[in-house]
Design a binder for this molecule. Structure first.
Ligand code: BGP
Length: 464
């Protein structure tokens, strides 16, 4: 048995997002996002026809939900603002949204919880999508205006901000693999979309420095650390390409203020170079104060067998490798590999100036959790506790080795809606009962997390 103690002031929290929790998606002045539109036009794509309209009804239940944060010991919490709620036409402020978010953020704080507020979580407003979304250069200025507006309206309540959640995801899912609208498959467009997103991020950071010079701003990236099949040259080369596209594409500019030459070369070799403008390099020098890393699973790759040259898809640069020893979360299909958190911690220390960072999402989605409900109605989610302890053990090891990690946020606080998967896999510390007015009920993991947060650590019975 060992006690794992975390650094003083460590953030113990949970993350979620506006579209996945608020509901009232087409009410209170909010305009449509691509999710509303997609559900309207292709409801069959969504698990059990569960769309974005109501999600977890936080819009009505936030006051009670904020008390629930305190009940399970959260000292910090990340959510996002819905762009289409705050600026329904991209220009005019929706006063109802301002009142809602102001009260929500106040109540979070009244419960002793520090808010970290994110600006974009896959929820592209439809009015901008109609102009080309991130494919169009004008998305950069539109986002910068939204960011500035949000900083001005809420900067007295919120000091810690992030620009994007997992920007590579709307690039991949919307422009390579068909899981997000507009479900285009086009590597070159995907790169352009990624590039505009990167510029939009940097432009928001620039606005931030002018509006809130004493605040802190970061970006949330999904980290899927690359592990290669072997040390052979071809596998290693595949690993380098995967790392450049999936990890370094946003992390390098966010921290170092520029896109790496290796990535520029890789894109050029494959005729994927995006359209740029002269002053872009200057804009990219707007670096962040901290990084959030969402970690769920590693990325195992091998050399592609018959690659198209130049590459037509990322799989022409690296192919997925099925590691025979893998452990899988069968509900989500993702590999469970907690060891990676130590490697990530070392990467931040050694390659990113040991910039302050936190685990901004980590968690385990499980289907049909009602199977684990005890006679008092509490879900006994020991599997989730085990999952988190395993990950925290490796994170702790990384911190002991000197990595500057300041927090651990789980996904998620209260069961929430998950894009095409709807409510299939549940992640929360609280269950949401969709049959009973979104009633929330505490799971065992919530009680466990409270103890961890209060003790700023835990005793791990499995390690010596
Ligand atoms: C992250 C996203 C979240 C959330 C989570 C769980 O990538 O930031 O929005 O959805 O993954 O994944 P999923 O909901 O797909 O099971």
């Amino acid at each position: 048995m060992t006690t794992k103690q975390f650094p003083k002031g460590f953030l113990w929290g949970a993350a979620t997002s506006a579209p996945q929790t608020e509901g009232h998606s087409l009410e209170n002045g909010k305009s449509k996002t691509t999710w509303d539109y997609w559900y309207e036009t292709s409801p069959e794509k969504f698990n059990d026809a569960q769309g974005p309209k109501n999600t977890s009804n936080l819009y009505e239940m936030y006051a009670e939900d904020c008390k629930r944060m305190q009940e399970i010991g959260l000292n910090s919490y990340r959510t996002s603002i819905a762009w289409a709620r705050l600026l329904p036409d991209g220009k005019t402020v929706n006063e109802e949204a301002v009142a809602f978010y102001r009260d929500y953020f106040k109540k979070i704080k009244e419960n002793g919880v520090a808010p970290i507020i994110n600006l974009f979580h896959f929820d592209m407003p439809m009015w901008l999508m109609e102009k080309g979304g991130w494919e169009a250069r004008e998305s950069v200025a539109a986002f910068a205006f939204y960011a500035k507006t949000a900083f001005e309206l809420f900067g007295d309540l919120v000091t810690d901000w992030t620009t994007f959640n997992e920007p590579i995801v709307h690039v991949e899912m919307g422009y390579l693999y068909g899981y997000h609208y507009p479900a285009i498959v086009d590597f070159k467009k995907a790169v352009q979309v990624g590039y505009h997103t990167l510029l939009a991020h940097a432009a928001a950071v620039k606005e931030f420095r002018a509006v809130l010079p004493t605040g802190k701003i970061g970006i949330i990236l999904n980290i899927t650390p690359t592990y290669t099949r072997s040390t052979d040259y071809a596998d290693q080369k595949a690993g380098v390409a995967s790392d450049l596209l999936n990890t370094k594409s946003f992390l390098d500019p966010a921290v170092h203020g520029k896109v790496s030459q290796e990535l520029i070369d890789l894109l050029a070799e494959n005729q994927l170079t995006p359209k740029t403008k002269e002053h872009d390099k200057e804009l990219l020098q707007n670096t962040v104060d901290f990084i959030g890393l969402n970690y769920y699973h590693p990325h195992r790759v091998k050399a592609p067998q018959n690659p198209a040259v130049p590459a037509k898809m990322p799989e022409d640069l690296y192919e997925p490798y099925d590691w025979p020893e893998k452990r899988i979360n069968p509900y989500r299909g993702w590999e469970i590999y907690p060891e990676a958190l130590y490697d990530v911690a070392m990467m931040m220390k050694n390659e990113y100036n040991n910039l302050p960072w936190f685990v901004s999402e980590n968690g385990m989605g499980v289907a049909d959790e009602e199977r684990f409900m005890d006679e008092k109605g509490m879900i006994q989610d020991d599997y989730r506790i085990e999952f988190m302890v395993e990950h925290l053990n490796y994170l702790h090891k990384g911190i002991e080795a000197g990595s500057n990690c300041f927090g651990y946020h789980t996904w998620t606080f209260i069961d929430c809606w998950s894009w095409l998967n709807g409510y299939r896999n549940r992640y929360g510390f609280y269950r949401v009962d969709l049959e009973d007015h979104y009633k929330r009920s505490l799971k065992k993991s919530g009680l466990w997390f409270k103890e961890v947060s209060q003790n700023n650590g835990y005793t791990d019975a499995s390690s010596t």
